[in-house]
Design a protein around this ligand. Structure first.
Ligand code: GDP
Length: 305
């Protein structure tokens, strides 16, 4: 289907969706396919457009670029569709989006090999991104603690797989940052090997959350990372950070929305269907609740199958 011919859905990223949903469910096969579901979209009539409050930050998403969780159907003529999309994202909510609150968070352990990671079988989400992308800030914001992520910034821990247990039920995993300009090439390769092994062999990994700085244009290393995940069919969610940095175009610089669009255009060829993405800011807490709801729906589906 030609994307240009699809109707476009204008979503104000300030529109708050209700947490209860009316969805239709169909059977859907196993996990690794989970995040690349076949589209169940029909494309006849345009979707009613939500009122636009801030034209500058309005997003326009074609139906084919939405992330539709498994067992969830989307119909173009559903008038509630725009309210079922998480604010500042392309993610449709499913019936599995529940129990999203973080009540308790504790550091469990640092591991240097995948086989040393916790073995209690709980589902986990791995945060990874270029050094300085805002990973520690996001982790702290997700758990509403100022210093939890400091644990993984301690000397000796930055190259480890750091597990944080949430509500005694699931893990947030802090992986080593990549792309340190000053690191010797040999070390950079080691980090890549180390995290790749984790991605490929960690059976309880529900999704990688790849952090991308939306305040600057795409970096080759981020594109390579995303394409590697796509080619290896590792479930991935893109977390665009620093979306509060909204400087007017200066020296060819672009706004977060433009950088986000550019990034997706560039990785488009590596994915069968559009990966889920969310705009965030650790300064304003934008995207925090959305990330937790998205994690909840992925996790609850994973636990059921
Ligand atoms: P890490 O190296 O990926 O863990 O990055 P940090 O969380 O340490 O953040 C790197 C720098 O970016 C720090 O100066 C943060 O204050 C800043 N930063 C992180 N997140 C945001 C954000 O959402 N908005 C803005 N404006 N700055 C941020």
């Amino acid at each position: 289907m030609i994307i240009a011919q699809l109707p476009r859905l204008n979503i104000s990223i300030f529109t708050k969706p209700p947490l209860s949903l009316r969805t239709h469910f169909t059977l859907f096969p196993k996990q690794r396919l989970l995040f690349a579901p076949k589209s169940t979209l029909s494309t006849v009539e345009p979707i009613p457009i939500s009122p636009v409050s801030e034209p500058e930050t309005q997003l326009s998403i074609s139906l084919e670029k939405l992330f539709v969780p498994p067992e969830t159907q989307v119909c173009i003529d559903d008038p509630t569709l725009s309210t079922r999309i998480l604010k500042g994202s392309n993610i449709v909510l499913s019936k599995y989006a529940r129990d999203a609150q973080v009540v308790q968070a504790e550091f469990i352990k640092s591991s240097v090999r995948t086989e040393d990671c916790p073995s209690d079988g709980l589902p986990e989400f791995a945060l990874v991104g270029r050094s300085n992308v805002g990973k520690s800030s996001l982790l702290n914001s997700l758990v509403r603690r100022k210093r939890l992520a400091l644990t993984s910034k301690k000397p000796g821990k930055t190259q480890c797989i750091n597990h944080f247990k949430i509500n005694d039920k699931w893990y947030l995993v802090d992986l080593p940052g990549y792309g340190y300009a000053s690191a010797p090439q040999e070390l950079r390769t080691d980090w890549a090997k180390f995290t790749k092994d984790y991605f490929l062999n960690r059976s309880t990994l529900v999704s990688v959350f790849l952090l991308i700085d939306a305040s600057i244009p795409s970096k080759t290393i981020d594109l390579e990372y995303a394409s590697w995940l796509g080619q290896n069919q590792i479930p991935m969610t893109l977390i665009f950070t620093k979306c509060d940095k909204r400087k007017k175009k200066k020296n060819g610089g672009k706004r977060p929305e433009e950088n986000i669009n550019d990034f997706q255009e560039l990785i488009h060829g590596f994915f069968q269907t559009a990966p889920p993405w969310i705009m965030t800011s650790s300064v304003t807490n934008q995207g925090r609740d959305e990330i937790l709801l998205h994690m909840a729906q992925l996790r609850n589906y994973w636990l059921k199958h």
